[in-house]
Design a protein around this ligand. Structure first.
Ligand SMILES: CC(C)(COP(=O)(O)OP(=O)(O)OC[C@H]1O[C@@H](n2cnc3c(N)ncnc32)[C@H](O)[C@@H]1OP(=O)(O)O)[C@@H](O)C(=O)NCCC(=O)NCCS
Length: 412
């Protein structure tokens, strides 16, 4: 068990002022589940910004669910005072992923940092991150990265000003709400579901140069949260393509669909009465006059799930059309699944697939900011790490070898 007691001497003056003692320790499901759920509720994303809508996440009774799917993961909690109240939490995991140019590095992903609104600015968030970084280093991580909304000033300050992270990449979230109607796919396009082994070999080929492509892609594709990998090709080229051969069709698009609905649910809270009425109105109108095929607004004021599209890639003259068809296919899957409110993809700023992914601008412009930090030059036990042996430069300073960022669906 990880136990860090911040003794009075090493407390920040602010913590000392509160006459409190903070203990950082590993999450214990039997003991901490209820308290962490309560902490999550108090920290609802966006909830601090008065008068603005907030997106609330329900972890469905499993506070560790967002890292559970990584073989190497941990969750830490901060206990405060004699009452040992749980006032903070952070999750992390370590995985092997590409850092571009076909090089793999051991990366730690830091996520789900929360400090109770009543205990902020006492240094607790910093202590949680630093303790987590120690665990990551012990588990061989060379770099740590985190993702946050680019408007989340407290989080950005904590990571960049206090914990030495560097602003690194800014992928964009593209969101398409799911409404009542299915959409049609062009008749000249064939959509094929790929067996996981074939999907894996194609992904290893096309994403070798990208950043953040996970080495254990096979585990992701085999997960029960993965709803499948799909390829769109022009019907005309189908007879000429043999999936058992290593070459790919001249024009194709590929993506996989991840069902986050089984892990967490989202809900929009705090919209104005007018916005709420307009959204409900669009649904009522749509139900009365379905032939108009209005893009009615889904009921996001009740809990909804999300399908996450990942591993998106297109090639050839018809790539854009094929990618659009695939996104429509994923949209129809989500529409047929009752509790799904949106289809989401996250792509790099310069990724060519960006122009082909249908999305609603109003929901999609928010940029994610990914920050990164070099944790160690050497692997545990001494010696150079695998990547450093072949590529001495620091990832933080090197130009990215590809505009493509592979967003691991488990990170979402
Ligand atoms: C972000 C969060 C975890 C910070 O926790 P915290 O315990 O208050 O952080 P610390 O006391 O360790 O603060 C460390 C530094 O972060 C920055 N910071 C923290 N809160 C800030 C705020 N409200 N405004 C600006 N900077 C802030 C400051 O640089 C601060 O150092 P300083 O106090 O010496 O100026 C907390 O605000 C929170 O839970 N927010 C909601 C959930 C969230 O956004 N999580 C981050 C997801 S990645």
């Amino acid at each position: 068990m990880v136990l860090v007691k911040i003794a009075a001497a090493e407390q920040s003056p602010r913590v000392a002022d509160q006459q409190g003692v903070v203990v950082i320790r590993e999450y214990d499901e039997g003991r901490d589940k209820v308290a962490v759920e309560e902490l999550e509720r108090r920290c609802e994303v966006g909830g601090s910004r008065r008068g603005r809508p907030s997106l609330v996440t329900d972890l469905m009774g499993d506070p560790i669910c967002r890292v559970r799917h990584f073989p190497s993961h941990i969750m830490l909690v901060a206990e405060y005072g004699e009452e040992k109240d749980i006032v903070g939490a952070v999750r992390g995991c370590v995985k092997n992923a590409t850092r571009g140019s076909s090089l793999y590095a051991k990366l730690a992903y830091v996520l789900g940092l929360r400090v109770s609104p009543t205990h902020r600015r006492l240094g607790i968030g910093t202590k949680l991150v630093k303790r987590l970084e120690e665990w990551c280093k012990e588990n061989g991580a060379e770099y740590a990265y985190m993702a946050t909304d680019c408007t989340n000033e407290p989080s950005i300050n904590l990571f960049t000003k206090i914990c030495d992270y560097t602003k690194f990449r800014t992928p964009t979230m593209l969101v398409q709400p799911v409404h009542a109607h299915s959409k049609s796919i062009p008749s000249g396009v064939a959509i094929i579901q790929l067996p996981p082994e074939l999907a894996e070999s194609i992904y290893r080929q096309i994403f070798a140069n990208s950043e953040f492509f996970p080495k254990d892609i096979d585990a992701i594709l085999a997960s029960n949260l993965n709803l499948g990998t799909f390829m769109a090709v022009p019907k005309k080229s189908l007879p000429k393509w043999d999936p058992r051969e290593t070459f790919l069709p001249p024009s194709f698009a590929i993506l996989s669909v991840w069902n986050t609905k089984e892990v967490f649910k989202l809900q929009v809270k705090g919209v104005s009465a007018l916005t709420y009425a307009c959204c409900v109105g669009s649904r009522v109108l749509d139900a009365w006059m379905p032939w108009l095929r209005l893009p009615s607004f889904p009921d996001v004021f009740r809990q909804f799930g999300v399908y996450f599209m990942y591993g998106l890639h297109m090639e050839g003259k018809q790539g854009v059309r094929l990618m659009r068809s695939l996104c429509t296919f994923a949209y129809n899957m989500a529409r047929d699944d009752g509790g799904c409110g949106a289809v989401v993809a996250e792509v790099g700023q310069r990724d060519p697939v960006r122009e082909a992914i249908p999305h609603w601008r109003k929901f999609s412009l928010a940029e994610d900011l990914w920050c990164i930090k070099k944790l160690a030059d050497v692997k545990q036990g001494g010696g150079e790490s695998e990547t450093e042996r072949h590529e001495p430069s620091n990832w933080l300073n090197s130009r990215s070898s590809s505009p493509v960022i592979f967003v691991d669906p488990r990170d979402f």
